[in-house]
Design a binder for this molecule. Sequence first.
Ligand SMILES: O=P(O)(O)OC[C@H]1O[C@H](OP(=O)(O)OP(=O)(O)O)[C@H](O)[C@@H]1O
Length: 161
Amino acid sequence: MKVEHYTRGAEIKAEARIKYPIPIGISGKKVLIVDDITDTGDTLSLSVAYAQSLNPAEVRTAVLQHKTCSSFTPDFYAQKIVRWRWIIYPWARYEDLGGFAEKILGDRTLEITRIITEFKVRYEIMVGEKELLEILQGLAEMNEIERVETEKMVGWRVKGK
Ligand SMILES: O=P(O)(O)OC[C@H]1O[C@H](OP(=O)(O)OP(=O)(O)O)[C@H](O)[C@@H]1O
């Protein structure tokens, strides 16, 4: 199953929703739902309610990291996070950094070196020029941002800002 709650890093959507339902019968089965993290807890609350509606014998939950601010406490977790922070997993780095890049740009046009500095200062995230360029080009391909070249600089800005 796939549940969506965030579009970009740390940017919450109104409501968690089931994007892809469970494609097999789980009636009478013992079900373990595994996710990377709990934040608000909405994703697991919805997932458990949905799985329960399919009449399984039992539903349990496990995550790598559980934030104590979450309204849902999983049965199993490897680490408890008491002070809220956004965790960037390797498998979501590209997506998350893209979201932060747009936040950094806001309504400004910035050169890549400035964006790198703001990643460091605002988010304590170290990003190299090559990696960031790939992310910015990806966002440009999705029509979210654009490259602006003048005599003085090569910069990036959010489209329509
Ligand atoms: O407890 P919550 O506030 O609901 O947040 C936790 C959920 O958010 C993230 O998923 P996301 O919606 O970003 O989907 P993805 O992992 O597929 O990118 C994360 O992987 C969890 O599934």
